[in-house]
Design a protein around this ligand. Structure first.
Ligand code: AMP
Ligand code: MG
Length: 348
């Protein structure tokens, strides 16, 4: 299949018409959102979900997020819309928050990976909203990467993974946030965060007065089974072996330099992810400026692109500094620790 790439120019009605037509016919269109690029198909067509799983090489027990453009659409998809959900929708939609609801029958089991719940989000990216509105389709979309690869934050990343596997890619440039949406489950007794993201636990607490974090991600224990099925897979991984080194900045830089020298001597290629303020501490090769802890969105926005660059240069071993575990830092570390397969060294 030929994959058409087109600029997601909001003034260009023809492009959106073509994309909408593909979705209506049951085909697949990758599109930009404010978090990462999504791989979209009609959420209410059972075989569209099947095509998404095929294109991604993703296990079919890993449910998809349904993207909507109007709050009212929730009532078509969800069997129950609790008060807490209404408050979250009011506060954070459109935006990077996915909410889990009990599903209605019209949502096929293939879309929800066999669960009786459905994940719903209203993205804020104008191209995503236009695509949903123009097609009249609720768009089921996971991230538009091959399963196990870092999520795509540019159309070029989508092309790397999906060329020949999907019908169309809408190119909206680099995304703003760079890591996937926060997922919150309001179907149980206590609202629970199943995946951390830009919308932090504190932001949710400010609205609901209470929120807990799924223990499987709170302590990042690989032996616990997360409630969001997707969180159990080795996601976000670069091909090289990633290790996170934690501690005071000089000691971390010293240890990373030592590890790099050791690997280099053994004939391996290495890469380093360092905070903007620390890049100058390194003299080894392939040191990537991973953004600044002082402004965490600069880290999240570039993280997956850097992990892909590590693959592009053929890095065998990758060493990353740690990026504080608070607010957005918490979400960033959740992705990094998974990408590192829980390999973390403490040097203090
Ligand atoms: P992706 O958009 O590729 O990050 O994948 C969607 C994520 O949402 C995966 O981690 C899924 O496990 C999660 N998800 C989707 N639907 C549900 C649901 N009904 N309950 C819990 N998690 C879900
Ligand atoms: Mg994904």
């Amino acid at each position: 299949m030929e994959t058409v790439v087109a600029k997601a120019d909001l003034e260009n009605g023809k492009v959106f018409q073509a994309a909408a037509e593909i979705l209506k016919q049951g085909g697949l269109v990758a599109f930009p959102t404010e978090t990462v690029y999504g791989l979209g198909g009609d959420a209410l067509k059972a075989d569209a979900a099947g095509k998404i799983y095929n294109a991604k090489g993703r296990p079919s027990d890993n449910p998809l997020i349904v993207h909507i453009a109007e709050t009212d659409s929730v009532y078509q998809l969800a069997a129950d819309v609790p008060e807490q959900a209404k408050k979250l929708m009011e506060a954070f939609w459109p935006g990077p928050l996915t909410i889990i609801f009990k599903k209605k029958k019209i949502v096929p089991d293939t879309t929800t990976g066999g669960l009786d719940t459905v994940a719903v989000r209203m993205p804020s990216h104008p191209a995503a909203l236009k695509l949903i509105k123009d097609s009249g389709v609720y768009i089921a979309a996971p991230s538009a990467n091959l399963s196990g690869r870092p999520s795509p934050t540019t159309a070029a990343h989508v092309m790397q993974d999906m060329q020949g596997r999907i019908d169309m890619i809408l190119d909206g440039g680099a995304v703003g946030i760079g890591i996937e949406s926060t997922i919150v489950d309001v179907t149980g007794d206590r609202p629970t965060i199943l995946r951390p993201g830009f919308i932090s636990a504190q932001m949710i607490k400010d609205i609901l007065g209470d929120v807990t974090i799924d223990p499987a991600i709170a302590c990042m224990d690989k032996n616990l089974r997360p409630k969001a099925p997707g969180m159990k897979y080795t996601h976000y991984a670069p091909k090289g072996q990633l290790t996170i080194v934690e501690g005071s900045r000089e000691k971390v830089a010293g240890e990373i330099e030592r590890l790099v020298a050791e690997k280099k001597k053994a004939g391996y290629k290495t890469a380093v992810l360092a905070d903007t303020d620390n890049v100058g501490l390194y003299s080894c090769e392939n040191v990537f400026d991973a953004g600044s802890k002082k402004n965490e969105i600069t880290v999240s926005a570039g993280l997956y692109a850097i992990l892909r660059s590590c693959d592009d240069i053929g890095a065998d071993y990758i060493y990353s500094e740690s990026f504080e575990e608070c607010d957005m830092g918490y979400a960033i570390m959740n992705r990094l620790i998974k990408a590192a397969g829980h390999r973390v060294i403490h040097v203090d």
